[in-house]
Design a protein around this ligand. Structure first.
Ligand SMILES: Cc1ncc(COP(=O)(O)O)c(C=O)c1O
Length: 518
């Protein structure tokens, strides 16, 4: 807990009281001598954790205890590094961490300065919340009570089997599962066993201790991010990538790096380069019917990813939540099958075949890694609700039947979408994805953001390609079009999109076509 002293609210938070502690303000605008800073730091290097983090903590403690005044300037990074006998990059990383935390600020041309607390603690991490709130997908998940056609969530309605399984639960089943206190951070053995068997059936030999039950694949990604990342740590994703994963890694403070995709999936030549250049702490990939592009990672590239993970000891999280949803043919085996010793974590979920409302996912990894993740899971929520686990254990043995029904539905709905786009928006292309729940439509010019804004007034909500970009200003000529709604809704949505498109098509505001396409 940081003791609050010398509060200097920044000006951006409205009309709030601004207690300014005169004790600190008299020190403003003075660069401290190196000897003062090193004395104030004291025994900063003792303890555990990365050196830069210890230095950041030491500086923060020195400010909290008044040994370094708020408003003071710090010596240049290089000089401080020499005085502390550490590399310059350690000081840069410590300063960066404190800048992100709002404790230091860089001033153009005049170095690094100690900030007052940027805002009252009861406002929380406003920047992050605002950033996430601005996210089109989250906005839509929280409800849009209108006649709007939703092309936002690539998520399925509840399969009838889910209701049947819930209604059909027997008293014996419930009392067997409700024995004991009900907290089970790693998840119920019966369910872990079913998942282990299913993964083994895919060629990925798995025992029960290698499976952790999570509250959706979302929590699985979050836990892996917590295990492997710290603020500023590099993490690699495909671009475009699943927006939920971008948000999770971003919220964990990761520095996001990206690899491009082509028709064989993530570019492993770029991944290999990043392994040597940046040594990422974690890689997140969607090899099976990638969201949003629908592309499958080829078998050869899966082998390469497994090899890179093993060679560099870099954990790769493969998100296979859409694995069962092929339109034409099943995908190659999971990445983890290609090297049993590679640090590959395989993430699955009930959401895409059965229902997102179950909030049930899992992670498969080495027993050691799963035990570590289970500790983090316990901190998060003490375990996924028992009732969701019980229902999932009943449903999973019949996943092949439900998935076959889903695939038939999805093929039909994609064809409706493809046909509607061809008729109403002939200048767009809507390539058939290999599988999944959405098409990655291509517009003739990079104006998807503007189109999305206009579409709203025509009663259709859609997510622009830029939402899935790891780097800014990419995929601006793309729209993700889920084909999960009933056919007549898809048809109506495309008709409305065509009206919005007619407004901007051919206008001066449309920029020239972009050459970079994934
Ligand atoms: C690739 C991918 N991973 C994870 C999720 C989220 O899964 P869950 O509902 O299990 O959290 C989604 C949902 O859209 C997804 O497309």
């Amino acid at each position: 807990m940081i003791a609050i002293q010398g509060l200097l609210w920044s000006g951006d938070y409205g009309n709030i009281d601004r207690p300014i502690n005169a004790k600190w303000s008299e020190n403003v605008s003075r660069v401290l001598p190196i000897a003062t800073v090193t004395a104030a730091l004291g025994e900063w290097a003792s303890g555990t954790g990365p050196l830069y983090r210890r230095l950041a903590d030491g500086l923060e403690a020195a400010v909290d205890h008044g040994r370094i005044p708020i408003g003071a300037g710090l010596p240049p990074e290089r000089h401080l590094a020499t005085a502390l006998s550490v590399s310059r990059s350690t000081v840069v990383a410590a300063f960066d961490a404190l800048k992100r935390a709002g404790r230091l600020e860089a001033r153009q041309g005049s170095g690094t300065w100690v900030r007052g607390h940027a805002r009252p603690p009861d406002e929380g991490n406003l920047e992050l919340v605002e950033e996430l709130e601005g996210h089109a997908i989250l906005r839509d998940l929280s409800g849009r009570p209108t006649q709007t056609v939703e092309f936002t969530a690539a998520a399925v309605d509840c399969a009838p089997e889910v209701t049947t399984a819930i209604v059909g639960l027997s008293g014996d089943e419930v009392s067997m599962w409700s024995r004991g206190h009900g907290y089970s951070p790693q998840g119920y053995e019966g369910l872990r066993d079913v998942i282990a068997q299913r993964l083994t059936g895919m060629g990925l030999e798995t025992n029960t201790a290698q499976v952790l039950i999570t509250s959706g694949a979302t929590q699985a990604v979050l836990l892996t991010a917590r295990l492997y990342l710290e603020p500023g740590a590099p993490a690699v994703l495909e671009t475009p990538s699943y927006a939920g994963a971008i948000d999770v890694l971003h919220a964990e403070g990761a520095r996001l790096l990206s690899v491009d995709m082509d028709s064989s999936g993530a570019r492993t030549d770029q991944l290999a380069e990043l392994m040597t250049r940046s040594l990422p702490r974690m890689v997140y990939l969607v090899p099976d019917f990638h969201n949003p592009s629908g592309v499958v990672l080829s078998q050869r590239r899966r082998e390469e990813v497994a090899r890179l993970a093993a060679d560099y000891h870099v954990p790769v999280v493969e998100d296979i939540v859409q694995r069962e949803l092929w339109l034409d043919e099943p995908p190659p085996p999971p990445i983890a099958t290609f090297d049993p010793d590679a640090p590959v974590l395989t993430v699955g979920s009930m959401s895409k075949v059965f229902w997102g409302g179950l909030r049930l996912g899992w992670i498969r990894g080495s027993e050691t890694t799963i035990a570590r993740l289970a500790r983090l899971k316990a901190v998060d929520d003490f375990g996924t609700p028992a009732i969701a686990q019980l229902v999932s254990a009943k449903l999973l043995p019949q996943i092949d039947t439900t998935a076959a029904w889903r695939r038939t539905e999805l093929r039909r709905r994609f064809e409706v979408l493809e046909d509607a786009v061809a008729r109403h928006l002939p200048e767009w292309t809507c390539p058939r994805p290999a599988g999944g729940l959405s098409a990655w439509a291509k517009l003739p010019s990079p104006c998807a953001d503007e189109l999305v804004r206009r579409a709203e007034s025509h009663g259709v909500a859609v997510v622009p390609g830029s939402t899935f970009a790891v780097d800014h200003n990419r995929h601006t000529d793309r729209l993700r079009l889920p084909f999960v709604a009933p056919p007549h809704v898809i048809e109506e949505g495309i008709r409305r999109l065509a009206r919005a498109w007619a407004e901007i098509d051919g206008r001066d505001t449309v920029m020239p076509p972009q050459s970079v396409v994934v």
